[in-house]
Design a protein around this ligand. Structure first.
Ligand SMILES: [Zn+2]
Length: 235
């Protein structure tokens, strides 16, 4: 039995795909980092894993293997048992990110992803971004919003996954704090803002479209940057 959870966690469907390894590396990373901070999702994953193990056991029984006739079948079936994704992550040298006067301790998976070094770029308006090159299909980055800043209004062509690592931010749909997992799809237009400052990990499977004012001019550059990030050429 699972208790009700808010929509600021990965959905059960996403967690099932996480367990079966059907998500992009970037989204997997965001979920792993969330799970490190969330007991609820940690136990939900354990339930999904044990359901999958039971399912495996049932189907193995259904095949009616005659162990007595051939004991080597036991070994074969143990070897054939699916290996569930382990959440064991090594400790990394880069344990935290230092931004202004604060030091943010990273979830271990993200510390590992960041261990090759982060290069921060100013995106303007108090927002900085450091790319994490880990996945060819999605664009992963750390985003830092200074206290009192806000991003330009933008719309998503694809899916944006955001994990709040420190501080808080809000948009038209709500307020988000540490460990909150936010999924935005192509119908959402939003403008995140922060009072106290906010560090996030963001995974984009498609470029953003800025919808208002001067920020619209960023669009071609943004697309170019995105395509460069995912290693595709302009068509
Ligand atoms: Zn959760």
């Amino acid at each position: 039995m699972t208790t009700m959870k808010s929509n600021l966690h990965p959905s059960t469907e996403m967690l099932e795909k996480f367990v079966s390894g059907d998500l992009s590396v970037g989204v997997n990373l965001a979920i792993s980092a969330h799970v490190e901070m969330c007991e609820h999702c940690k136990s939900e994953i354990q339930e999904i894993e044990s359901r999958a193990a039971e399912h495996w056991a049932e189907s193995a029984t259904a095949e009616a293997i005659d162990y007595e006739a051939d004991p080597s079948n036991i070994i074969e079936n143990i070897v054939a048992q699916p290996q569930f994704k382990e959440l064991d992550i090594e400790e990394s040298a880069v344990g935290s990110i230092h931004m202004l006067d604060r030091s943010v301790r990273l979830p271990k998976v993200l510390a590992k992803a960041a261990s090759e070094g982060l290069v921060w770029k100013q995106l303007g308006a108090g927002i900085s971004q450091a790319d994490v090159k880990i996945d060819d299909e999605v664009h992963c980055s750390f985003l830092y919003m200074k206290p009192g800043s806000q991003t330009p209004v933008h719309k998503h062509q694809g899916t944006e996954t955001t994990l709040v690592l420190d501080g808080s931010m809000s948009d038209e749909l709500g307020e988000y704090h540490k460990s909150d997992f936010i999924l935005r799809t192509n119908n959402d237009t939003h403008q995140p803002r922060t009072e106290e400052g906010c560090l996030c990990f963001s995974v984009l499977d498609s470029p953003l479209t800025f919808t208002k004012g001067l920020a619209r001019l960023l669009n071609p550059i943004n697309r170019l940057r995105f395509q460069r990030a995912v290693g595709r050429t302009l068509s």
